[in-house]
Design a protein around this ligand. Structure first.
Ligand SMILES: [Zn+2]
Length: 220
């Protein structure tokens, strides 16, 4: 299998500088942001695989961890096929990718820091923006009120919703993702409970009321 060396090739004015061993962070939030931004620009999705929280209360809101380990989304052993010819989703296939990053809590010149101690960035599989955006973690839409309204409008097709999410948020969802999101949002808007009947009656009476009001103003 060809080895893909990570290189930042994107023509952007805010290219994140390369990660390096010994780089330090004042807080966990700072480290997470940096790792996420670098990953985004280099089509690498880091997944947290291990971590130990700090005990001291004062440090919980800053460095947060004694150590944290990350691996590539495609790290871990390949799933064994079922032998029934069912294709494993190529986008999430595990290839035992060796990419990893480890942060460790250290005190440097009397200051608490998280330090990059281990850094391996050679993927053993193809990487691309398309593959990166296809990982399930990156196919999640930000559920805004506008999106909820679209999803709860039966006349708006899944394709239209999918294009909207791609345009507005740069998230490439699969048709089934939109379908699942639609179901979830619909369930939240109309939960199946004892109150549903009451809610439906209330909705109908308010619709009737609105219709009467509209009818009244339209007939003038
Ligand atoms: Zn990888």
């Amino acid at each position: 299998m060809a080895t893909a060396q990570v290189e930042s090739t994107k023509p952007t004015s805010t290219i994140t500088s390369p990660l390096c061993v010994g780089e330090t962070f004042n807080s966990y939030a700072e480290a997470e942001l940096r790792i996420h931004q670098w990953g985004e620009q280099n089509n690498t999705l880091f997944i947290k695989t291990d971590g130990k929280r700090v005990k001291h209360e004062d440090l919980q809101k800053t460095v947060g961890y004694e150590y944290i380990s990350y691996a590539c989304k495609q790290g871990g052993p390949p799933r064994v096929g079922s032998g029934r010819g069912i294709r494993v989703n190529q986008r999430t296939v595990k290839t035992n990718c060796p990419v990893k990053l480890r942060l460790v809590h250290e005190i440097i010149d009397g200051e608490h820091r998280l330090v990059i101690k281990t850094l391996v960035l050679n993927h053993n599989h193809e990487i691309s923006e398309e593959i990166y955006k296809g990982y399930p973690e990156n196919r999640r839409a930000n559920v805004t009120p506008e999106l909820v309204e679209l999803l709860n409008t039966p006349e708006v097709s899944n394709t239209v919703v999918r294009d909207f999410i791609k345009r507005e948020q740069g998230v490439h969802m699969l048709p089934r993702d939109v379908n699942n999101l639609r179901k979830r949002v619909h369930m939240e808007a109309f939960p199946k409970s004892e109150e549903t009947e009451v809610r439906v009656i209330n909705i109908y009476s308010s619709i009737r009321l609105n219709a009467q009001q509209l009818g009244g103003s339209n007939s003038v």
